[in-house]
Design a protein around this ligand. Structure first.
Ligand code: PAF
Length: 294
């Protein structure tokens, strides 16, 4: 009897010990587990991941943890939106069975908190977000591998908005020295969810005023236009036009726009299998988005 009653009251777990007990009980009953790792401040993008995990698995565990080791900027960490009550309400309404919401001290020893987690990224961390936020992906791999270890999921769900993160997580799971560590874990890529206006959903949007939200539309509008430009212009021209068009919007400033191969994240000279990844400051808020060219 693998299926768990999907109307079961959701449980909020705050310790690794209680989480592992719940996971052991699920495994003993032969239930499949879907994990959705999040940092909270949940929006409909997260909800789409959770709905998928609920539909695909007997049990859905959602972690809500603002992971300090992936922030290279203390102010960004302090300002990251947090609202566990609202998150729990949303998660319960869409059928998650467990929320894992530990404190940083529960997740890490003092030494772990203050040491960079070593990992061989095979270069995937040397571009874009990795270049701009040194150590960021070390923290991501540290927390995600720990969550995989604690929850032993059959499937784990990640959004394509953080495309480089997703590529790194695939690499982490496929890496030969880790092969077998996570069993037959499958990473499920989930498409970006956008507002009707085109703005990619992000927890950071909560920090935008209504006026800044309008301004931020310049990002997705430009990315969509670039699909047309790519039909008749070179890659360098498309890249420059995207940067210039976004920078021409008062209130937006591009940090980088890279068009790279979707697997290697390296520069490519063909639009086949290419993705354009952008980071833009809208006032003080750092927003990311991307567009696939094929
Ligand atoms: O994408 C995020 O929200 C975070 O990077 C993740 C995967 C939950 C790890 O903290």
């Amino acid at each position: 009897m693998p299926a768990m009653n999907k109307n079961t009251i959701m449980q909020i777990i705050t310790t690794k010990k209680d989480l592992q007990a719940a996971v052991s009980a699920c495994k003993a009953a032969g239930r499949t587990i879907g994990l959705v790792p999040t940092m909270g401040a949940l929006h409909q993008g997260h909800a789409s991941l959770v709905r998928r995990a609920v539909a695909d698995n007997d049990v859905c565990i959602v972690s809500v943890f603002v992971n300090p080791t992936q922030f290279n900027n203390k102010e960004d960490l302090a300002k990251y939106p947090r609202n566990i009550e609202r998150d729990a309400e949303l998660l319960s309404s869409i059928g998650a069975q467990y929320v894992f919401a530990p404190t940083p001290e529960e997740m890490y020893s003092a030494e772990e908190m203050n040491t960079t987690f070593a990992f061989d990224f095979a270069g995937l961390d040397q571009v874009m977000e990795g270049k701009m936020r040194p150590g960021h992906f070390n923290g991501v791999v540290q927390v995600v591998s720990r969550l995989f270890y604690l929850t032993q999921p059959d499937k784990a769900y990640f959004g394509e908005k953080d495309f480089q993160q997703l590529a790194i997580i695939h690499h982490m799971v496929e890496r030969s020295s880790m092969a077998g560590t996570f069993g037959n874990l499958q990473i499920i890529d989930c498409p970006i969810v956008r507002e009707e206006s085109g703005l990619a959903l992000s927890s950071r949007n909560e920090r935008l005023s209504a006026e800044e939200k309008q301004i931020a539309l310049g990002i997705s509008k430009t990315l969509f236009s670039s699909l047309k430009w790519a039909k008749s212009a070179s890659m360098a021209e498309v890249q420059q036009r995207v940067i210039d068009t976004i920078n021409a919007v008062d209130g937006l400033e591009v940090e980088y726009y890279e068009i790279v191969d979707q697997s290697t994240l390296l520069p490519t000279n063909t639009f086949d299998h290419a993705i354009g990844c952008v980071t833009v400051y809208c006032g003080p808020v750092r927003l990311i988005d991307n567009i696939k060219y094929a």
